[in-house]
Design a protein around this ligand. Structure first.
Ligand SMILES: [Zn+2]
Length: 439
């Protein structure tokens, strides 16, 4: 193991995956502003592309996720850099997040090119049947199968993750050749502000020059979640975040141009989901109606994902079909619910980790389970169909990137790995992708 930081090398524990999680779970938090430059710590695993002979290619791919960005916001006037990148390159006017429209599953789809029934990662929050509790899917072993990070690494290409959110750092663990541990991290929100994330991305490029770097910028999402002016349409915090994040992306492109990388670059810009707002009078809590049902009471667990509730039948298997019918009927009869689907519905492509029934809320609503007041007090939410549309465009100076082109196809988050893979000459994995290259 080797460590790399701004202030010199820092050794990391033998298993930095466990270290990262241990820190997250121990609640150790570095307060914003308190850590100075100590946030810039990269780790790398021995025996990877960091040490192996390099494959020679000048191509560089950068995936930048503006977490929670809505497609129309690129035309809001708040994001001139994103707009000019989009207009100069290849844009997909119809692009979507995939179920469940949450951060962890959609980043997993981006990095694997596969749907959740093949990766085991369908949502942010699931009921873990083995543990008997609801938890976040933030452990390296939660993700089955390879991501493009280690697939490229095995071929001698350097990969890097610069992910602002602690749970993303958790689940993708040591898969990339180089990783940045998010910091300083804002307590409760559990993410690093874009200012620090982008500083790390710049440093990552300068210090390690990865062939693929995957960046998650959390401000636009995190500011919106807590934006009490969101439901009124003012979105004061969010607008501030969009302006700032756009400025940082512009600065990153400048860095690529100044260092001669732009002509070799593919830049993939997208969101993992968009954002919807709800007021406190538009909150759905399914715990009470389910507990009021004599058949279901005490035998259902709920994974609350903001705009989607996942219902898990805990009773005997032989009663499952009856339970599914009952849960769907109760959910569908609840105000604010858009639909309650049997999780086995083929188009959902969610595995058993997502439970038995998937309940979506209508636009302008949110779930709060188990407690209708305290479980989910935040105005900004996603996970439901209203939050499916995302921006999705390819830019960069490499000749493989079409110029000033709009395509009508429906791009999805699962298309990122195939797109980057094609650009860097990586064949599809065994069993294939679920997404497709959008290059
Ligand atoms: Zn997100």
């Amino acid at each position: 193991m080797t460590g790399h930081g701004c202030g010199g090398p820092r050794s990391t524990p033998t298993d930095s995956r466990l270290a990262g999680l241990a820190e997250a779970y121990a609640g150790r938090r570095t307060l914003l502003g308190a850590a100075g430059g100590a946030g810039l710590v990269f780790s790398a695993a021995a025996g990877t592309a960091a040490a192996a002979p390099r494959r020679r290619t000048r191509k560089r791919a950068y995936v930048v996720v503006v977490d929670g960005c809505r497609p129309e916001e690129i035309d809001s006037g708040l994001t001139p850099n994103l707009r000019s990148l989009r207009d100069a390159g290849l844009r997909y006017g119809r692009a979507t997040s995939l179920p469940v429209m949450e951060t962890i599953p959609n980043h997993t789809m981006m990095m694997t090119g596969r749907r959740p029934d093949r990766t085991g990662v369908p949502a942010n929050s699931v009921y873990d049947r083995a543990l008997g509790e609801v938890r976040t899917l933030d452990r390296p072993r939660d993700l089955r199968g390879p991501t493009i990070l280690e697939r490229l690494d095995r071929r001698g290409l350097r990969t890097a993750t610069v992910l602002s959110k602690e749970y993303l750092y958790g689940i993708f663990g040591t898969r990339a050749t180089y990783r940045w541990e998010p910091g300083p991290v804002i307590p409760v929100a559990e993410y690093a502000p874009d200012e620090f994330t982008m500083a790390a991305a710049r440093e990552m490029v300068t210090a390690h020059d990865p062939h693929l770097m995957f960046v998650n910028l959390g401000d636009v999402d995190r500011f919106a979640h807590s934006d009490l002016t969101g439901p009124s349409g003012l979105e004061v915090l969010r607008r501030t975040a969009l302006l700032n994040t756009d400025r940082l992306v512009g600065g990153f492109v400048d860095l690529l141009k100044e260092t001669g990388r732009w002509e070799d670059s593919l830049l993939v810009v997208l969101a993992d989901h968009s954002m919807d707002y709800s007021t406190p009078d538009r909150v759905i809590s399914l715990t009470a109606p389910i507990e009021a049902d004599p058949f279901l009471a005490g035998r259902v667990a709920i994974g609350d994902n903001g705009g989607a509730d996942l219902l898990y039948w805990l009773g005997p298997d032989r009663q499952r079909e009856r339970a599914v019918r009952r849960m769907r009927a109760i959910a569908q009869g609840t105000e604010g619910v858009l639909e309650a689907l049997d999780r086995r519905t083929r188009s959902l492509r969610l595995g058993p980790e997502a439970g038995d029934v998937v309940v979506y809320c209508r636009a302008g609503w949110r779930f709060s389970d188990p407690d209708p007041v305290t479980s989910n007090p935040i105005p900004g939410n996603h996970g439901h169909p209203a939050t499916r549309p995302i921006p999705f465009f390819l830019s960069g100076g490499h000749p493989a990137v079409p110029r000033r082109t709009a395509r009508p196809g429906l791009a999805t988050t699962a298309d990122v790995a195939p797109t980057v893979g094609e650009f860097l000459g990586l064949p599809a994995p065994r069993g294939g992708y679920d997404g497709r290259s959008r290059l």
